[in-house]
Design a protein around this ligand. Structure first.
Ligand code: HEC
Ligand code: HEC
Length: 317
């Protein structure tokens, strides 16, 4: 996959620049430094024009004041589009085409993509993934049949954590980690925007007595809205999961920092009788203890299509 991406990038560079001698990478393995076209350049020349011509920008550029995700940022510029998409994990699917709602959304108030557009956008996502060293995930780095230590990759740690959360409903309820859904912002409580589709890669919701949220946190696109991987040991490098407190808190301060338009909120709120981030941290400690003791099922994300919200566009309460 990486090799294909590489050749695709080289081909693109040729198209763009009409270079005579082609600089073919010899090994086909490492992609450091030898790409003539960066993923960003590929985005600017191939993807950004589609966002305009398919009118996505007409509805998805602007300040965040409602549940419509302004995932193209606040300005009609490539910089704004690029920052918006690459910072929104649900939209970019962790740079995996199959998980990117940018591609999978389909017909709604806006149009669906043409097949050729899907190819173009998928190619860009792969180029980003390769550039970010994120294209293999927790895949196969050893021979088949070997049990891979899941926490040797970020994605593996996330999958393990998802599996551990699936058997941690008691802890979730007793710590009240769910209280985050009820936190307040200047524009309403978190659930008012983050429940229906899970805005921007974060899902905070009350449905089914908060239990839907626990399931959503086990999906690949939502797990990093609430939790993040951190290096646990360096040699060999391995990862454990923590509450993504910095990300959550900085979302509430974006306007003060002029770094975005997310509604303001204080992340150290006390709701439902708990300090929310402390409650989440207690939950996280319990889940990680299960992960460390090997008590969890086979590492795996919850597959969104297997659950209640079937396929595209449906599933909203
Ligand atoms: C006429 C306005 C309009 C246009 C044009 C439009 N959208 Fe939307 N889009 C919406 C609205 C409204 C929502 C929120 C309701 C929903 O999810 O259907 C939305 C939601 C979305 C979401 C879900 C975001 C989330 O975080 O839940 C995605 C992804 C999306 N649109 C992608 C696109 C893409 C890609 C295009 C261009 C091909 C596009 N939209 C064009 C109005 C539009
Ligand atoms: C008025 C609607 C609205 C409210 C209320 C709201 N959000 Fe958001 N939030 C969004 C939208 C839209 C995005 C996606 C775009 C972005 O990242 O700014 C988002 C993104 C996020 C993200 C980024 C997720 C990721 O993985 O990148 C976090 C974290 C977040 N919100 C936390 C919260 C918390 C916590 C609350 C309640 C205290 C809250 N939000 C309330 C609309 C809202």
């Amino acid at each position: 996959m990486r090799t294909q991406t590489l050749f695709a990038s080289v081909a693109l560079a040729m198209l763009g620049a009409c270079v005579g001698g082609i600089d073919m990478p010899t090994g086909g393995g490492s992609n450091t430094g030898s790409n003539d076209t960066t993923a960003r350049q590929q985005f600017d020349s191939t993807v950004a024009p589609l966002l305009v011509s398919n009118r996505c920008a007409g509805c998805h550029v602007g300040p965040e004041t409602g549940a419509t995700n302004m995932f193209l940022g606040t300005a009609n510029s490539n910089d704004s589009f690029y920052a918006g998409i690459t910072n929104d994990r649900a939209i970019n699917g962790g740079f995996r085409a199959g998980a990117a709602s940018l591609l999978t959304k389909g017909v709604h108030e806006g149009p669906a993509w043409q097949a050729a557009d899907v190819t173009t956008i998928s190619a860009w996502l792969s180029a980003e993934a390769a550039e970010r060293g994120d294209d293999g995930g927790g895949g196969s780095n050893t021979g088949s049949g070997t049990v891979i230590q899941p926490n040797l990759s970020v994605r593996g740690a996330e999958q393990q954590w998802a599996a551990c959360m699936s058997i941690s409903q008691t802890e979730y309820m007793s710590t009240k980690a769910y209280a985050i859904a009820d936190m307040q912002t200047e524009n309403g409580r978190c659930y008012s925007c983050h429940e229906p589709g899970g805005a921007g890669g974060a899902y905070w919701g009350r449905n089914n007595q908060y239990l839907d949220m626990l399931t959503k946190w086990q999906e690949e696109v939502f797990i990093t809205g609430a939790f993040q991987a951190q290096t646990q040991q360096t040699s060999p490098i391995s990862y454990k999961m923590l509450v993504a407190s910095n990300k959550i808190c900085s979302k509430g301060k974006e306007q003060d920092n002029s770094s975005g338009t997310h509604p303001k909120f204080d992340c150290n709120q006390n709701v439902d009788g708990v300090v929310v981030l402390d409650a989440m941290a207690s939950f996280a400690t319990m889940v990680q203890a299960k992960a460390d003791s090997g008590a969890c099922p086979t590492p795996a994300f919850v597959d969104p299509s297997a659950g209640s919200g079937s396929g595209s566009g449906s599933g909203n309460p």
